[in-house]
Design a binder for this molecule. Structure first.
Ligand code: GMT
Length: 385
């Protein structure tokens, strides 16, 4: 098939999932056209690492994976250049000239509406639209009164809609009152990716230090301060190091709290890192205490690396982490309980290893790339007719 994939290019989970899907589809023989305002982080990383033997070749070496940049024209009249229109225009150009069979958009705002507009412009040539809802496009942005009606329109008008968890499906129905069929297609991992790192010596921390990791875009919903508070309680009891991966609006607050708690020497800010397995393989625990994750892709990636998760029992995370088996899920904000659960695992080697093994097994059994990518292909076949 000839598939258009529209996504955000940044480090957020929806862009990562879209890019991984694009590469998997291209590997399976489909022709894929990625559309975004910049080269997505995972694709650019692969481009820049062609000599790195750990990874499959970059997109320019896939003869069937192409990137199309959305050009946004600035004009003095526009305080806000109309990205949604530029995106729809690029979608039409690509669909028309590459004869796309389907347009798959990731993150509803504004991708779904742009795709529906592109489909209308393309008529009578068909351009079926598949929309994957990822989380904050429903819970924080799409439900904002300034975007609600257009987001609802994009969802209703899409030919097929998927959500990444059952929780997000319920949220979508409750928030937008849509009753059309919506399929849950979870996020996925390529199990072999993490195996390539397994034999490596870990890069961070002294040999006696436990390595605890958090990865996010440091937005308030992620509650990174809870990570620091939890770590503080652990660090007082065990030699340990906290690796904070990512960047975003709360970073300054987090740095300040680390200074107040005297943790600066024990916390490493790594910044954005496209290949999260570089820190996850060999780590002891992963923290994800967010107010609500629709899925929690980073928790799945941690589990794929045999790292148990300490997180919040909220949103779709319980669909990814099995409480008491692959990690522990505690009430949002209960940093004492999170620290206690973490210490319980870190001080019992056998139990910790058993949690890690179960985490990896569950990630591979439930969220393997091959199965999920086939689920998407089936949806494409359904809308192409
Ligand atoms: O807000 C974010 O965390 C970024 C956002 C995105 O779309 O890039 O992440 C959402 O999509 C991910 C991929 O499906 C999910 O794993 C994350 O749980 C979800 N984030 C939230 O729901 C907060």
């Amino acid at each position: 098939m000839r598939i258009g994939i529209s996504c955000y290019p940044t480090f957020g989970g929806s862009g990562v999932v879209a890019t991984e899907l694009a590469m998997a589809l291209a590997t399976g023989g489909d022709e894929v056209h990625v559309i975004s305002y910049a080269l997505p982080s995972r694709l650019s990383m692969l481009c820049g690492n062609l000599d790195n033997p750990d990874f499959s070749p970059g997109p320019q070496l896939y003869s069937n994976l192409h990137f199309h940049q959305v050009g946004v024209t600035h004009y003095p009249l526009f305080e806000y250049p109309p990205y949604s229109l530029a995106l729809a225009t690029t979608m039409v150009e690509v669909a028309r000239h590459q004869q796309l069979d389907v347009m798959h958009v990731h993150y509803a705002v504004p991708n779904a509406v742009s795709a529906v507009l592109a489909r209308q412009i393309m008529a009578p040539e068909p351009l079926p639209v598949v929309t994957t809802l990822h989380g904050t496009d429903i819970t924080l942005v799409g439900n904002d009164p300034n975007y609600l009606e257009t987001t609802r329109f994009g969802i209703i008008e899409s030919d097929a809609v998927t959500t990444v968890s059952n929780w997000l499906l319920d949220m979508t129905r409750n928030t937008f009152g849509v009753d059309k069929p919506i399929e849950v297609v979870p996020n996925f991992i390529d199990p072999s990716r993490y195996e390539r790192f397994a034999s490596r010596p870990r890069r961070w921390g002294a040999p006696d230090e436990r390595i605890l990791v958090h990865i996010s875009n440091f937005r308030p919903v992620k509650r990174v301060l809870d990570v620091v508070e939890t770590f503080d309680r652990i660090h007082r009891r065990l030699p340990s190091r906290l690796l904070l991966v990512g960047d975003g609006p709360d970073r300054a607050k987090v740095e300040q709290r680390c200074r107040e708690l005297g943790l600066c020497d024990a916390v490493t800010f790594i910044g954005n890192l496209p290949l999260v397995e570089e820190v996850l393989v060999g780590a002891d625990l992963f923290f994800l205490p967010s107010d609500a994750e629709s899925f929690g892709l980073t928790a799945l990636e941690a589990q794929a690396c045999q790292v148990p998760v300490i997180g919040a029992a909220a949103g779709g995370l319980p669909e990814v982490v099995t409480d008491g088996e692959t990690g522990f899920l505690l009430p949002v904000g209960d940093v004492d309980a999170m620290a206690q659960a973490a210490l319980g695992l870190l001080t019992d080697r056998e139990r910790h290893q058993e949690f890690g093994r179960r985490a990896r097994r569950r990630a591979v059994e439930r969220f393997s790339q091959d199965v999920v990518v086939e689920q998407y292909r089936e949806i494409y076949r359904g809308v192409v007719g």
